[in-house]
Design a binder for this molecule. Structure first.
Ligand code: SF4
Ligand code: SF4
Length: 205
């Protein structure tokens, strides 16, 4: 069985309740965010010279945590085996006792999921809220989303419900790590690598 996330970029309003509730649950210090909400925006207004302006302005939000990938770049980069993928549910986790805090996993992950706890010199990341899962609950981010833009569960069931799209700008190509992520693409969603927009909230993610 493999667990994964669904993110609806059409109805996400960018409120960041998911990000903040995750931060609160995991007691994360400033600068460490297991879940991040990227605001991707672009376009422009053009003066048509006849008193009319035309515009191509767009903005949308993508809430991203660890995607517990099928081909995790983080586990391959880890020199100690601390970053590992659990066979029973596909969640990618850190063995705290053997992590040396080298950040190789963080550098390798194209989603910026691993977040170093500098005070302890240990890598930390989304564990799917394993304590909540064991209690029969959904991850904190899913339960705290006011728009119900997030879902979590067995990836086969999520794909049957939502499809299998896993890419949108500014995320990387899904071919790199085969993320267990499903996206509903915003009507203004741009393809991976698009130069049409940029992340306009870099200090928040
Ligand atoms: S999103 Fe990054 S940290 Fe999570 S499994 Fe994939 S490569 Fe590893
Ligand atoms: S920081 Fe820890 S988990 Fe990450 S690569 Fe280094 S030893 Fe592995």
């Amino acid at each position: 069985m493999q667990l994964g996330f669904y993110v609806d970029t059409e109805i996400c309003s960018g409120c960041k309740a998911c990000m903040v509730s995750c931060k609160d649950k995991n007691d994360l210090n400033v600068g460490r965010n297991f879940r991040r909400v990227y605001e991707y925006a672009g376009g422009s207004c053009t003066d048509n010279g006849n008193g009319v302006f035309s515009q191509s302005v767009f903005a949308y939000y993508t809430s991203i945590s660890c995607n517990h990938c099928d081909i995790p770049a983080c586990t391959k980069a880890c020199p100690t085996g601390a970053m590992h993928k659990r066979p029973e549910d596909g969640l990618v986790m850190v063995h705290d006792d053997i992590c040396i805090g080298c950040s190789s996993c963080a550098q390798a992950c194209p989603y910026d999921a691993p977040q170093l706890d500098e005070a302890r010199g240990k890598m930390t990341k989304c564990d799917g809220c394993i304590d909540r899962l064991n209690a029969g609950k959904q991850p904190m981010c899913v339960d705290s989303c006011i728009h119900r833009a997030l879902d979590f569960g067995p990836i086969d069931e999520l794909r049957a419900k939502y499809g299998d799209t896993a890419e949108i700008a500014p995320l990387p190509s899904a071919s790199i790590t085969k993320p267990n992520l499903i996206l509903r693409v915003h009507p203004d969603g741009q393809p991976v690598g698009s130069g049409a927009g940029s992340v306009v909230n870099p200090n928040e993610v």
